[in-house]
Design a binder for this molecule. Structure first.
Ligand SMILES: [Cu+2]
Length: 157
């Protein structure tokens, strides 16, 4: 009789152990990992860098003959310092800032004013904070000859 009880307790223990292990693994694989991988953890200094990198959309940009549109055409920002870029439309017609290659930042989404604020109206601004180092070519959708490039370097991070 006592033998039977001992083996029953042993069996129940093993079953309980397996249930706990399966539950833990399931939680890790199906709940914890997807939530953990969904958005990368980005340092606050990268999300809110102390400086902004500024680009002007010059008056007359909508004319193809004018070479000055995004000014400066190429700029470099540094992660954790100046990886936040602000475009200001000083022209009298709306423009966009649109990624050339469908770039999507893992934290801040698509690099395209049209997907967030639409066309940038005269006197309006568009802000995009890059959270990854890289080279980001862009153009204006209504005026595809308007082209620019932002380079984000790693800096000391
Ligand atoms: Cu334009």
């Amino acid at each position: 009789m006592e033998q039977v009880k001992k083996s029953q307790i042993g069996g129940i223990s093993i079953v309980c152990f397996i249930v706990v292990v399966v539950a833990s693994l399931s939680y890790y694989q199906f709940l914890f990992l997807p939530a953990y991988n969904a958005k990368p953890v980005v340092a606050d200094i990268i999300l809110h860098p102390p400086q902004t990198t500024k680009v002007s959309i010059d008056p007359g940009s909508s004319q193809e003959s004018q070479t000055h549109n995004f000014e400066p055409k190429q700029l470099t920002g540094t992660l954790g310092v100046s990886n936040k870029v602000v475009w200001t439309n000083t022209d009298s017609v709306p423009h966009s800032v649109t990624t050339d290659n469908n770039y999507v930042d893992p934290t801040n989404g698509k690099f395209d004013s049209i997907s967030t604020i639409g066309l940038i109206p005269p006197k309006g601004t568009y802000t995009f904070t890059f959270t990854q180092p890289g080279e980001y070519s862009y153009h204006c959708t209504p005026h595809p000859w308007m082209k620019g490039k932002i380079t984000i370097t790693k800096g000391a991070m």
